[in-house]
Design a protein around this ligand. Structure first.
Ligand code: AMP
Ligand code: FE
Ligand code: FE
Ligand code: ZN
Length: 296
């Protein structure tokens, strides 16, 4: 069993990387990918814990991409998370996030909500602050009854305290993953909100031309029909296939680590295909014939 999509306290998950690795071992996973939002802050600890536990570890990241009408998240797998140019560009995103947090605190203040940066830092437990921590801080202060209520009333896109995040364009995000020698995999294609298969296919083909290496076919929130559709598209477009739950721990209690899809027995082949894409990107093997421009 594999799970290539999980969050830690480095972003908006509730378990530390070490705790997540322990849970992965207890769950019986053979491979775990850590994919925090816009940060590699959990990877060194996760890798060390996984190594000690004999668990195969996939260093990853999940980048937010500018896209309409739906939500585009890009997973980077087998990234060299110590590569300097990659880290510099991540820092740029993180600085933008920090500015946005300040501005959102201002908006909360204007709405009469007494939330401070200290509250957010405490809610984030030392990791990167995001909207889920603002929601948690509101719950803790008794301003709202639940995280969901905080989003519905204040924090969701377009609500009074929301400020959009600076996001990379699809090409820049794909390039960023490749800059770290990683494989670029579209997360949870259902959230692109493109239900028309032909249109989605055309969109994915365009993204493949920008360097997209694969799509997360197997995802905890995909219906069997969606899974079938994405599998068909992945095969048609010669994409690597991702498989992940999007585990966040207590902040998304309905998502269970390792509960990704009904196992097909092809888990190791999926990881190998993603690893092969990454090694092509990191230059340790020639690019695939399919992506070589036609002669003449
Ligand atoms: P941020 O990266 O700070 O914009 O926070 C994004 C996270 O907030 C997502 O990963 C979700 O976990 C959560 N989120 C965003 N919109 C909603 C919503 N409408 N309801 C509940 N959670 C949301
Ligand atoms: Fe999240
Ligand atoms: Fe996501
Ligand atoms: Zn995620």
């Amino acid at each position: 069993m594999i799970d290539l999509h999980a969050h830690t306290t480095a972003s908006d998950g509730s378990l530390t990387p070490t705790e997540l690795v322990q849970l992965a071992v207890e769950t019986g996973l053979s491979t775990l990918g850590i994919t925090d939002h816009d940060t590699i802050g959990g990877l060194a600890e996760g890798e060390e814990a996984a190594c000690a536990a004999g668990l195969r570890f996939v260093p990853g990241v999940e980048l937010s991409v500018d896209y309409k009408p739906g939500q585009f998240h890009l997973l980077g797998y087998f990234i060299d998370y110590r590569a300097r140019p990659f880290l510099d560009r991540l820092t740029y995103l993180q600085n933008n996030r920090a500015n946005r947090n300040e501005l959102m605190i201002e908006k909360m203040k204007a709405a009469g909500l007494p939330i401070t940066m200290e509250d957010l830092i405490e809610a984030a437990g030392g990791g990167q602050v995001g909207r889920p921590h603002m929601a948690l801080a509101m719950v803790r202060k008794g301003i709202v009854g639940s995280v969901q209520e905080a989003f519905d009333r204040y924090l969701a896109d377009g609500k009074p305290c929301h400020i959009p995040k600076v996001k990379l364009g699809p090409e820049d995000a794909i390039d960023l993953v490749h800059l770290a020698g990683g494989a670029a995999i579209l997360a949870h294609p259902k959230y692109l909100r493109q239900p028309d298969e032909e249109k989605l296919s055309a969109e994915l083909e365009r993204l493949r031309d920008c360097g997209l290496d694969g799509i997360e076919v197997y995802y905890s929130q995909h219906t069997p029909e969606e899974t079938e559709t994405y599998l068909r598209l992945a095969r048609r477009l010669d994409f690597a296939i991702g498989a992940g739950s999007d585990f966040h721990g207590a902040s998304k209690p309905h998502v269970v680590l390792g509960r990704v899809y009904q196992g097909t027995g092809g888990d190791d082949a999926l990881v190998a295909a993603i690893a092969a894409s990454a090694s092509r990107r990191s230059g340790s093997a020639p690019p695939p014939a399919a992506r070589t421009p036609a002669a003449g």
